[in-house]
Design a protein around this ligand. Structure first.
Ligand code: 5AD
Ligand code: SF4
Length: 424
């Protein structure tokens, strides 16, 4: 969602006549679009701002802005700690950026504009960075209040975009050459509950799947508590909906899941996984795990390890718990030392990396469809693209393949990517 917001910010700047340059030194305006989900992202903001301070001192005409979730949650503190920041804007008023820039140009003071609600998403107002694959938000905000999570406080309550503008926007994207869309929401399964259109998430997926020329539909994130058999059926029935599900588990311990306010049990999660495994051919599951939630004990961590070994996700995004001010978990007793949490985290990483490697090896010798995104950032003699399940594949090929879906025979597997040979 943060990346999509950056595309919106770029749209509004381009409308105002700005163009992208390659370094801070060349720019007239610098915007940092922040994430607040973990403390590390916050700290990084202040690190970046520290570096920009000298530049600002030498170039008084430079405008420095901070937007996004950290701006939303601690806008005034950013102004106080970094008075050289010109504009702070929140998550609900990105469309106001052009007028904030005008105000700044007309006066010398610093501006902080943060709203507590509002909904200014207009789907056609985003500057698409990737020409073949587009992010499309369908529901913004979250009603779940998982006890560790800051998102409901910085993104507000769930608001779905109406189905017709979503369909029209994707039709337009496809006519411009987009082959793949990723439907975005903190919880896509809640889509439509706040509207009276009769279109829920499975129904929306069907409508989008009917769009001619759209090769791949991805979606994220799904909350296990709202997973329905109908959704699994739609994925199974439609060829252009990917067989990849990102389903955050967070913890494998029922006691911790309760403390996290996740509203499902490990048994519920396993039921969904079994349903996916038995219904969808070539399925792929990825997940998110938090290690070291307040009060998590060794036996809780062992429950997470147990479920990780049983589910065998293609990939898990793992995080050490990070207290977020204002969330209910931030006030819970947290006696386990960070050193111990790091040991658990490394243990989990080792096991999961091995599972990812084993799962990737299952693709050896297979021919898979890859949407080619460009040259590999690590090796510019190789092209890079993604399989349906989002796994990166590298291969040698011609520039003309970029933006196409090609068949690749997989020859080598690593934990996080595959490589192979183009066969058409
Ligand atoms: N600490 C650590 N990880 C977190 N996440 C969300 N909030 C926190 C936190 N306070 C993780 C969850 C979520 C992912 C996007 O970030 O696993 O699914
Ligand atoms: Fe955060 Fe939970 Fe909402 Fe996900 S579902 S954004 S973890 S509160």
């Amino acid at each position: 969602m943060n990346e999509y917001d950056s595309e919106r910010i770029l749209y509004y700047l381009k409308e105002k006549g700005y163009k992208t340059v390659l370094s801070p030194e060349e720019s007239n305006i610098i915007i940092i679009n922040t994430c607040a989900v973990r403390e590390k992202a916050n700290n990084r903001l202040f690190g970046h701002l520290g570096k920009l301070k000298n530049l600002k001192e030498s170039r008084n005409d430079l405008i420095i802005c901070v937007g996004g979730c950290t701006a939303q949650s601690m806008g005034e503190e950013i102004q106080k700690r970094c008075p050289f920041v010109d504009i702070v804007f929140g998550t609900h008023n990105i469309s106001e950026l052009p007028s904030l820039i005008d105000q700044k140009l007309a006066s010398k003071g610093s501006i902080c504009s943060i709203k507590n609600d509002g909904f200014d998403y207009e789907l056609d107002k985003a500057n698409r960075v990737n020409k073949y694959s587009a992010l499309v938000p369908i529901i913004i905000g979250c009603n779940n209040f998982c006890s560790y999570c800051i998102v409901p406080y910085v993104r507000g309550r769930e608001k779905s975009l109406a189905p017709d503008p979503i369909i029209e926007n994707i039709e337009k994207l496809v006519s411009d050459g987009i082959l793949e869309v990723t439907l975005l929401g903190q919880n896509v399964n809640s889509y439509g509950k706040d509207l009276c259109t009769g279109v829920d998430f499975p129904k929306l997926l069907e409508k989008i799947s009917d769009i001619k020329g759209l090769e791949r539909i991805r979606f994220m994130t799904s909350h296990p508590k709202d997973y329905s058999k109908r959704l699994i059926q739609v994925i199974k029935d439609r060829d252009n909906i990917v067989n990849h599900i990102h389903l955050p588990l967070q913890s494998g311990s029922n006691r911790v899941l309760k403390l996290m306010n996740r509203k499902y049990s490990r048994e519920d999660y396993m039921d969904i996984v079994e349903n996916v495994k038995s219904s969808i051919k070539d399925y792929s599951i990825t997940t998110d795990i938090i290690v070291g939630f307040p009060g998590e004990e060794k036996k809780d961590f062992d429950d997470t390890m147990d479920i990780i070994k049983r589910v065998r996700c293609d990939r898990a995004f793992t995080f050490i718990y990070s207290p977020r001010e204002g969330t209910s978990a931030a006030g819970m007793a947290d006696p386990v030392p960070l050193k111990k949490k790091k040991e658990w985290f490394n243990e989990l990483l080792k096991v999961q990396n091995n599972i990812s490697f084993e799962k990737n090896k299952e693709h050896l010798g297979k021919v898979v469809k890859v949407l080619v995104e460009g040259f590999s950032p690590k090796d510019d003699s190789m092209l890079e693209g993604r399989m349906e399940n989002n796994i990166i594949v590298n291969f040698k090929g011609k520039k003309g393949s970029i933006g196409r879906i090609v068949s690749i025979k997989i020859e080598k597997a690593m934990s996080f990517y595959l490589s192979g040979k183009i066969i058409n």
